[in-house]
Ligand binder design. Structure first.
Ligand SMILES: [Zn+2]
Length: 325
């Protein structure tokens, strides 16, 4: 994968390309961002560009070095992922042994640690010594959800590259180019994290149904929507939509967020632009904080269902919150 092929995360991309162009490659990078934000792809693109025989600040995808990276068998690229719940000290030690051999070619040795936030304290300390005295030229790429998720001592020895949480616009563009319906693509990228998860959601045949139920539900008079929710609830329970009630609540939360977007002049970010006119009129019947609180209640109910609270119970709690909100 080349930088060129990665959608979005332009800031991270520019920082890495500049580092390559200027020849100032740090010993360690911390790619900080939520899962689905493309850290793994970016790490691979960075490694491939550093290995590429053709030089320049992006890889060619064709030379032997590029092909080895693409096939996952480059001898100087090591990838570590959590073994069970953690990255363990044995994994770091094995890595250090492998890196102490001379590189096969004379170029870089690169290692990627996925889930760097799960490193045990022993693993972190072992890695730390290594970051302090790297056998040059070694490049470490640590992936973590945030800068705070790793030990400060590790952070201070790494160059931080921040990843924007899911570059939704870019993902949406990809899905629409693939021929997915634009409105469903917009909804999916706001619900799921990452391209693959969003694509799977759009491809589910119940997803369009859920979106319709949410519109129906949302368009009821908000002051009476306890009744309409119960009605929709019955409708949902009659079909296999019950299985996906967490998605329904997630989407309902986005409907309420659209109310806030309408009130704050962010119409172009709406998840339901096809309902924009109606939403813009309705939005002003409540305060922003009231919509936010309803939105949070919907998300809480969705979380409870994911945590195996019976859907009916979670929905009832949601209705109570809505009535009070
Ligand atoms: Zn190449």
């Amino acid at each position: 994968m080349s930088f060129e092929q990665i959608m979005g995360q332009d800031r991270a991309k520019a920082l890495l390309k500049n580092a390559i162009a200027s020849g100032k490659i740090a010993h360690a990078y911390l790619f900080a961002g939520p899962s689905g934000s493309g850290r793994r792809e970016m790490a691979q693109a960075f490694a491939q560009a550093l290995f590429c025989e053709r030089g320049g600040n992006d890889s060619c995808g064709e030379c032997l070095e590029c092909r080895k990276v693409l096939h996952g068998n480059h001898p100087d690229l090591h990838v570590i992922a959590p073994d069970g719940a953690n990255v363990k000290i044995d994994q770091i030690r094995t890595l250090q042994r492998e890196l102490s051999y001379r590189s096969v070619q004379s170029g870089y040795k690169i290692y990627i640690i996925e889930g760097a936030e799960t490193m045990t304290v022993q693993a972190s300390n072992s890695l730390l010594k290594f970051l302090e005295e790297p056998p040059s030229p070694v490049v470490a790429i640590l992936l973590a959800p945030s800068a705070q998720a790793v030990l400060p001592t590790i952070l201070s020895r790494s160059q931080l590259i921040a990843f924007a949480s899911g570059d939704r616009e870019a993902l949406e563009t990809v899905l629409v180019k693939e021929g997915k319906p634009a409105l469903l693509a917009r909804a999916a990228v706001n619900l799921a994290s990452g391209l693959q998860a969003s694509r799977l959601l759009v491809e589910e045949n119940w997803f369009a149904d859920i979106r319709n139920v949410v519109i129906q539900l949302g368009r009821e008079n908000p002051n009476q929507f306890t009744a309409s929710l119960l009605q929709a609830q019955q409708q949902v329970f009659k079909t296999d939509l019950l299985e996906h009630v967490d998605v329904l609540l997630g989407l309902l939360a986005l409907w309420y967020r659209d109310m806030v977007y309408a009130m704050t002049d962010r119409h172009n970010q709406m998840v339901f632009p096809d309902q924009g006119e109606w939403i813009s009129k309705q939005a002003w019947t409540r305060s922003i904080s009231s919509w936010v609180s309803v939105m949070e209640s919907a998300l809480t109910a969705a979380r409870r269902i994911k945590a195996h609270v019976p859907p009916q119970l979670a929905l009832e709690q949601f209705l109570v919150n809505v009535r009070e909100g």
